[in-house]
Design a protein. Sequence first.
Length: 251
Amino acid sequence: MEQRFEGRTALVTGSTSGIGAEVARALAAEGALVVVSGRRAELGAAVVAKIEAEGGRAVFVPADLSAGGAAVRELADATLAAVGGRLDILVNNAALLLQPRPTGEVDEETLDAAYAISVKSAFQLTGALVPAMAERGDGVVVNMGSISGSIGMGGSALYSMTKAAVHSLTKSWAAEYGPRGVRVNAVAPGPTATEGQADNAHLIAPLLATAPDRRMGRLEEVAAAVVFLAGDGATHIHGAILPVDGGLAAV
């Protein structure tokens, strides 16, 4: 059976756990050589081991994207070195996990960290890696947005702010890079069954009760959307924010 990404390379930021790890696994299952990236080497090694056990190819490149600047540049350089100089797919997935809290209780350190990881690193990494895609006229960027980037949720102002910025960047980059052969889109998950959501079940339940399918999303459902947008079946899609939320944003 032909694999969609045979011979292609991908970087997935924040892919040592949760949605990012599942996206890395899904891309590798379709033949891509995947760069797994994050702060914790032991988690990264586990993701790579799982991918290899399933017959895929992956390497781990450590990165602390909260550091910005030089750290992002180092990740870009190390990624290109790991994949032989050509990157085909960039998935800007890294984000700071935030528990809901009132705006007045968000300290400046948390505010800066959320912006640095979720917005600034995606901006800088795209600036470092995507011009080469545009120069050769081929490449894909998939950003990880969120339902909270489009609708208001009490206690989620900071997270919503960062995801709204990701949605805006997606459209701006589609306008900037699309005419040069690079497709830029985003996936916007709703509540998804990740490790980090276990403590929020009581907050999520009332929200899910209003969604058409009345349940949390699964990791593989979000990853499938990323795979679709990265693949050749989505060649006429630019600047889209694809919801994977059980219809929650629609209603």
